[in-house]
Design a protein around this ligand. Structure first.
Ligand SMILES: NC(=O)C1=CN([C@@H]2O[C@H](COP(=O)(O)OP(=O)(O)OC[C@H]3O[C@@H](n4cnc5c(N)ncnc54)[C@H](OP(=O)(O)O)[C@@H]3O)[C@@H](O)[C@H]2O)C=CC1
Ligand SMILES: O=C(O)[C@@H]1CCC=N1
Length: 277
């Protein structure tokens, strides 16, 4: 479906790079099918060009008219400014894909000022190792073929879940931001490991395998997470002793509130940076 299609990334940051590297690794597109631009960082464009063989452009917006798919990968705060600069080089025949937190497809339609199909998505940075979970939703004016094309693109960087657009703020708070919550936990485990005398290298591999094992387990069993952690916990044993400390710090409540706040922030970002009243 993506053979001979030209895809432009507007925004060349960590999310765009994670996607480009996965897409090329899986050979879903060839480097010459990918065009990348950003606001001003020329060194960054050069680096992407050298590393991935993709084409880059900065002062040549007309090239956008040749694109079949345009991926918006800048920060939500930059969406209005970006679209204002490029909208005259876009058409209703193109497919627009957004990875932006919060920004609705109706906002993007308004900014574009025409009825091009729009797919809103929420990947995460595990795309860099082909392990994203990307939620994709069919937004304004999108047909099944647009959803299918987007699915093909995002399957290159991990798993895909097709959802309604109204779920995307919640998903952003859970799995878009999710890797950061886990890295924060890992950092805490690394500090703990150091304080009980384990060397950094060994601790890192122990922690990584704990996470991989737990993730594989949760994916392959119907047992609840509660049952799984109870299985680890012997009465009067080490895990129970550790858990008492976690509970005294309200660890689980903190994570619940963290996810709720991140999801609410996605909604806020959508309101802040859209021109939709
Ligand atoms: N990072 C993450 O974990 C995830 C991020 N997202 C979403 O992805 C988007 C990008 O995030 P991330 O990659 O982390 O951000 P980065 O800050 O790493 O990259 C943002 C990019 O947008 C470019 N940009 C800004 N303004 C314009 C403009 N007017 N025209 C063209 N390019 C522009 C910047 O260019 P320059 O450097 O020249 O200013 C930069 O290349 C966000 O909307 C975020 O919500 C979604 C899922 C996960
Ligand atoms: O922090 C953010 O706003 C973006 C969206 C999801 C992950 N990073």
């Amino acid at each position: 479906m993506l053979t001979n299609k030209k895809v432009a990334f507007i925004g060349a940051g960590s999310m765009a790079e994670a996607m480009i590297s996965g897409i090329l690794k899986e050979k879903v597109l060839l480097p010459q099918q990918i065009f990348v631009t950003n606001r001003s960082n020329k060194e960054r464009l050069l680096l992407l060009q050298e590393q991935y063989g993709v084409k880059t452009f900065s002062n040549n917006q007309e090239i956008l008219l040749e694109m079949d798919i345009v991926v918006f990968a800048m920060k939500p705060k930059d969406i209005a400014e970006t679209i204002a600069k490029i909208r005259h080089y876009t058409t209703e025949q193109q497919l627009f894909i957004s990875v932006l937190a919060g920004v609705s497809t109706s906002c993007i339609s308004q900014l574009l000022g025409h009825n091009a199909p729009i797919i809103r998505t929420m990947p995460n940075t595990s795309a860099a190792v082909g392990e994203s979970i990307t939620a994709i939703s069919s937004g304004n004016f999108a047909e099944l073929e647009h959803l299918n094309m987007s699915e093909e693109l995002f399957k290159a960087i991990g798993e895909v879940a097709i959802v309604e657009e109204e779920k995307l703020d919640a998903i952003t708070g859970l799995s878009g931001s999710g890797p950061a919550y886990i890295y924060y936990l890992i950092e805490a485990m690394e500090i703990g490991a150091k304080e009980i005398g384990l060397d950094e290298h060994l601790a890192k591999s122990l922690i990584a395998q704990v996470l991989i094992g737990a993730a594989e387990r949760i994916k392959s069993t119907d047992l609840s997470s509660k049952t799984l952690y109870k299985q680890v916990m012997s009465p009067g044993g080490t895990t129970e002793a550790g858990f008492k400390v976690l509970e005294s710090y309200h660890y689980q409540e903190a994570m619940v509130e963290c996810i709720k706040r991140a999801a609410a922030r996605s909604t806020e970002l959508g309101k802040l940076y859209s021109n939709v009243k």
